[in-house]
Design a protein around this ligand. Structure first.
Ligand code: GLA
Length: 383
């Protein structure tokens, strides 16, 4: 068990009392690349987590051991960290953003590890930020609520990991609730829990094993293209602030002023926002056929209009479409690799996996990995 290994490592390294925290990764049913456009998302926290054993230390030094990488980093929390490994930028960024928001903390010693597959689009980095944010908040009695903690994690990612991400991943890690998906309005930050009742169906993640190396650079490019689209449309519609404020029809009427790329990005985002609302209605009705249809449409948009898919993801979705009893599926997360999320009749789950494995093996010489996930609670202290 990962959590036991983290506890044991803390005891053997620091030989002192500690507190223990866990923060989950997330899935997202639908609403991809909509969060930083003030739109809607439908994520849920999962039972794969970052585990963190931590104790305060007097003085300004932070000492962090990444158990899974067998690496250690130390820094003075009041000084620039200098060159640190990529993983350390997340806790370091959380420390810096807490300080920038006016909170006072002291040094700490910590060991973390986890079972969220990295690079699978399950937000292991947001879980790491959320684990440290939750722990430092509790340890130093900062009194910060979960939404503000999510925003601190998001700023850590922007300013220290260099990805201009939206709020979805940190939000989901901090607000998750067992067996519920959450519809978040990324503008007002209001959200609703929907019970996810899948009787007779399963959500299956199929992992391409492709690590999204393009993800951070292309992610920031997509974000800039959306902003460009908004500034073009503002000439006709001065009141708009983001793609949230326009419909696919509005985008179509500005088509001639936009580059083909900017047009496709804006068209995708406005259509995807509508799909999130439609998917919530279908989920409430238990209409899995309709949910599945929306998932396939979402993939089509992500692949052809937003252009953040890759041949491995597309093959998994094209293959899924051939199997009776598969309601729908799409790539999940930032893109360029990672997983597809699929809504599958339980009765055909095995056929689904074996068919995908066969065609993936034929084309790419290896099999995809299937992750079983349960929808779980958000970040918390464990006793
Ligand atoms: C990454 C980002 C999120 C979101 C998704 C795409 O996971 O961290 O904020 O933009 O990509 O939906």
């Amino acid at each position: 068990m990962k959590d036991k290994r983290v506890k044991d490592a803390f005891k053997s390294k620091f030989n002192s009392e500690f507190r223990f925290f866990a923060a989950p990764g997330r899935i997202n049913i639908i609403g991809e690349h909509t969060d930083y456009n003030d739109g809607f998302v439908l994520p849920a926290a999962i039972d794969k987590r970052i585990y963190l054993a931590i104790a305060p230390s007097k003085g300004p030094d932070a000492e962090i051991i990444a158990h899974d990488f067998t690496q250690k980093v130390s820094f003075n929390i009041h000084e620039p960290a200098g060159k640190i490994p990529h993983w350390a930028k997340y806790p370091y960024g959380v420390v810096k953003e807490l300080q920038a928001a006016g909170y006072f903390i002291e040094g700490f010693k910590a060991v973390f590890g986890g079972d969220i597959p990295r690079g699978a689009g399950l937000s292991s980095s947001a879980a790491l930020e959320s684990a440290f944010a939750t722990a430092l908040n509790a340890m130093y009695k900062l009194g910060i609520g979960p939404m503000e903690l999510a925003m601190i994690g998001q700023r850590a990612e922007h300013n220290y990991a260099g990805v201009k991400c939206g709020i979805m991943d940190q939000f989901a890690s901090l607000h998750g609730s067992k067996d519920h998906v959450m519809k978040l309005d990324c503008r007002s930050l209001e959200f609703e829990y929907f019970p996810l009742e899948l009787q007779g169906y399963e959500l299956i993640l199929a992992d391409t094993g492709v690590k999204h190396s393009l993800a951070s650079s292309e992610y920031n490019v997509r974000r800039a293209q959306c902003e460009e689209g908004v500034s073009i449309m503002q000439k006709q519609m001065p009141g708009i602030k983001s793609l949230r404020d326009v419909t696919p029809k509005d985008v179509a009427s500005s088509k001639n002023e936009m580059s083909p790329e900017v047009f496709m990005r804006c068209e995708y985002v406005t259509e995807e926002n509508e799909r999130v609302t439609e998917a919530c209605i279908a989920l409430e009705k238990g209409d899995m056929k309709e949910v599945g249809r929306l998932l396939y449409q979402s993939h089509d948009g992500l692949s052809n209009k937003y252009q953040v898919s890759c041949p491995e993801l597309d093959l998994l979705i094209d293959t899924a479409k051939q199997i009776n009893g598969v309601m729908g599926g799409r790539m999940m997360g930032g893109g360029f690799g990672g997983c597809t999320i699929n809504l599958v009749e339980s009765a055909v789950a095995d056929t689904f996996k074996s068919t995908l494995s066969k065609s993936f093996l034929e084309k790419f010489g290896k099999e995809p990995v299937f992750h079983a996930v349960n929808i779980s609670d958000g970040a918390r202290e464990e006793v």
